[in-house]
Write a protein that binds this ligand. Structure first.
Ligand code: SAH
Length: 455
C-alpha cells in the first residue's frame, strides 16, 4: 500500500475528532466525513508507521446512520465534523466518547453513566457566531467560515447552527464595507482593517449584539454602519473591538461603544444575565439550562451549603445554585466577566453570591491558606485544558462533600477525575449533555463524592 492508492474499506469506529476509522489489509486508516457502517472507496493521502489518513472518494454502501447534511458546505467547513451522521447516532458516538475517555485515560472500570441529554432540534441552536472577514482572489470582501484546519475562508453568510439574523447582519456589514471602501484584514500581511464580526443573540430576550473586530482603533464612517444595523429588529448593542495583534485570538481587550449599550441580556432558568462582548457565555442556551439543572441536582443543595463555583464566567452557574445554597463564591479570570457577574447578582436581587477575579488555581489556594475558607460543594467548569493540579490539590485539602465537575473535554475530565479519585473521591454519577450538535464536542457533568479522608 502506498500514497494515492485507492482502497475499499468498511468504517468500524470513529475517532474523537469525528474521523471514520477502518482497516485496509490490517492497516488502520482515518477518513474524514465517513460514518460508522459506511463501505467506502478512499484514497490514501498520508501514511505513518501504524496508521494513515485517507480521503473519502466514493460511498459504495451508505451506513444506515448516514443522512444528507442540511448545510451545503458541511464537508469543507471546519465548524461541523459529523453533520452527515444521523443525530441519534451522533449522541451514541458522544456517549461512547465520554465512556472511553473515562476508561482509557481515567482508568475507571465501572462508570455510573446516565443517558446523554440530546437536543430537540439540533439546528439553529447557537446564540453566538464569529465570522472572519477576508478578500477573495478578485479582491472582493467576503465573509464566511474557516475551512477545516486552515484559515482559508469559505464564503457563506448563513450557518445552519446559528440564528437566521446572522445573515441579515453580515449583508449589512459587507454592503457598508463596499460603500465606504473599507478593507478586510489579511492574516498573512497583517494589513487591512476589518477582521471579524461577532454576533450574539439572546434567545429569550431576542436582543442582538454586533461587535466589529478591527485591526486599528477607528472604523471610518462607523455611524453609517450603525444606521444600517439599527434598523434590524432587536438590535441592542453595537460595539467596536480593536485587535491590532497578529494572532489567532479573535478579540482584543478594548471595547468601544458605537450605538446602544455595551451588553445584551438573556435569561437561563428564570435568571437574567447581562453579557458583554468579552465575557464567556454558553452558546446553546436551551441545553445550558438542562446542563445547569443537572449540576443543581448533582450538587443536592438544601439551603445550608457553602458552594464555590470555579471558572464561573458571568456567574451563570453561581447564580443558578445560589437559589438553593446558603452562600456561593465565584472565581473567574476575565475581569469583564466578573463585572457582569456582580451586576447579574444585583439584577436578580441575589445577595448570597460573591465574586473574585483571578486564576482559580491562585485564588482558591490563597483564600484557603490565608482565610481558611471552606466548601460543602465545589463546582468546576474549566476550559478544555481542564484544571490545574494546584487547584485540584486545594480541593482535596478543603474536603468538600461533593465536587461537581462540568467539562467541555472528556479527556481532561477523565485525567482530573483520576487525580481526585486517587485522593479520596469516587464517581457517583456522570451524564453527557449535547450542547454542540454536528460537532465532536460534548459537555459532561460528573458528581464526585468524598469517600475517605486521605489528607
Ligand atoms: N461556568 C461558566 C463559564 C465556563 S467557561 C458558564 O457556564 O457560563 C470557562 C471559564 O473559565 C471562562 O469564562 C474563562 O474565562 C475562565 N477561565 C479560564 N481559565 C481560568 C483560570 N485559570 N481561572 C479562572 N477562570 C478561568
Amino acid at each position: 500500500m502506498k500514497k494515492d492508492d485507492l482502497v475499499t474499506i468498511t468504517i468500524e469506529d470513529m475517532s474523537a475528532e469525528g474521523h471514520g476509522i477502518g482497516k485496509a489489509d490490517g492497516y488502520t486508516l482515518f477518513v474524514k466525513d465517513a460514518v460508522i457502517g459506511d463501505v467506502i472507496e478512499a484514497k490514501i493521502m498520508k501514511m505513518k508507521k501504524n496508521y494513515g489518513f485517507a480521503r473519502l472518494m466514493k460511498i459504495i454502501e451508505a451506513s444506515k446512520d448516514r443522512v444528507t447534511p442540511q448545510c451545503p458546505i458541511a464537508r469543507q467547513c471546519g465548524g461541523c465534523q459529523i453533520q452527515e451522521m444521523e443525530y441519534k447516532a451522533q449522541l451514541r458516538f458522544k456517549e461512547n466518547l465520554i465512556r472511553n475517555h473515562l476508561r482509557r485515560i481515567g482508568g475507571f472500570e465501572t462508570i455510573p453513566m446516565e443517558p446523554i441529554v440530546g437536543m430537540d432540534n439540533p439546528y439553529r441552536y447557537r446564540n453566538k457566531a464569529q465570522f472572519p472577514i477576508g478578500t477573495d482572489r478578485d479582491g472582493n470582501v467576503i465573509v464566511g467560515f474557516y475551512a477545516g484546519r486552515t484559515h482559508t475562508i469559505i464564503p457563506a453568510e448563513d450557518c445552519k447552527l446559528g440564528v437566521k439574523e446572522n445573515e441579515i447582519i453580515l449583508k449589512e456589514v459587507l454592503a457598508f464595507m463596499k460603500e465606504q471602501n473599507i478593507s478586510a484584514y489579511d492574516e498573512k500581511s497583517g494589513k487591512g482593517l476589518v477582521r471579524h464580526v461577532l454576533i450574539r443573540y439572546g434567545f429569550f430576550t431576542k436582543e442582538i449584539m454586533v461587535c466589529i473586530v478591527i485591526n486599528g482603533k477607528k472604523l471610518p464612517g462607523a455611524e453609517k454602519l450603525t444606521k444600517r444595523l439599527r434598523t434590524i429588529p432587536g438590535m441592542t448593542s453595537i460595539t467596536l473591538n480593536s485587535n491590532e495583534k497578529q494572532t489567532n485570538v479573535i478579540l482584543g481587550d478594548r471595547i468601544e461603544l458605537l450605538w446602544g449599550q455595551t451588553y445584551i441580556t438573556d435569561t437561563i432558568g428564570g435568571i437574567s444575565f447581562q453579557i458583554s462582548p468579552l465575557s464567556f457565555y454558553q452558546v446553546n442556551p436551551i441545553q445550558t439550562e438542562k446542563l445547569y439543572q443537572i449540576a443543581m441536582e448533582y450538587a443536592g443543595l438544601t439551603g445550608k451549603e457553602t458552594v464555590w463555583d470555579l471558572y464561573c464566567g458571568i456567574g451563570t452557574i453561581s447564580l443558578f445554585l445560589a437559589q438553593k445554597a446558603k452562600q456561593v463564591y465565584g472565581v473567574e479570570i476575565v475581569p469583564d466577566a466578573i463585572e457582569d457577574a456582580k451586576k447579574n447578582a444585583k439584577r436578580n436581587k441575589i445577595e448570597n453570591a460573591q465574586f473574585y477575579v483571578g486564576k482559580a488555581e491562585e485564588v482558591l489556594p490563597e483564600k484557603y491558606e490565608k482565610e481558611g475558607i471552606c466548601a460543602d460543594v465545589i463546582v468546576v467548569d474549566p476550559p478544555r485544558k481542564g484544571c490545574d493540579e494546584k487547584l485540584l490539590d486545594t480541593i482535596v485539602k478543603m474536603k468538600p462533600e461533593k465536587v461537581v465537575y462540568v467539562s467541555c473535554d472528556s479527556a481532561t475530565l477523565a485525567r482530573d477525575l483520576k487525580w481526585l479519585c486517587e485522593r479520596g473521591y469516587a464517581i457517583e454519577r456522570v451524564r453527557g449533555v449535547d450542547q454542540f450538535g454536528h460537532t465532536c464536542h460534548v459537555e459532561t457533568v460528573a458528581l464526585l463524592i468524598k469517600k475517605i479522608d486521605k489528607v
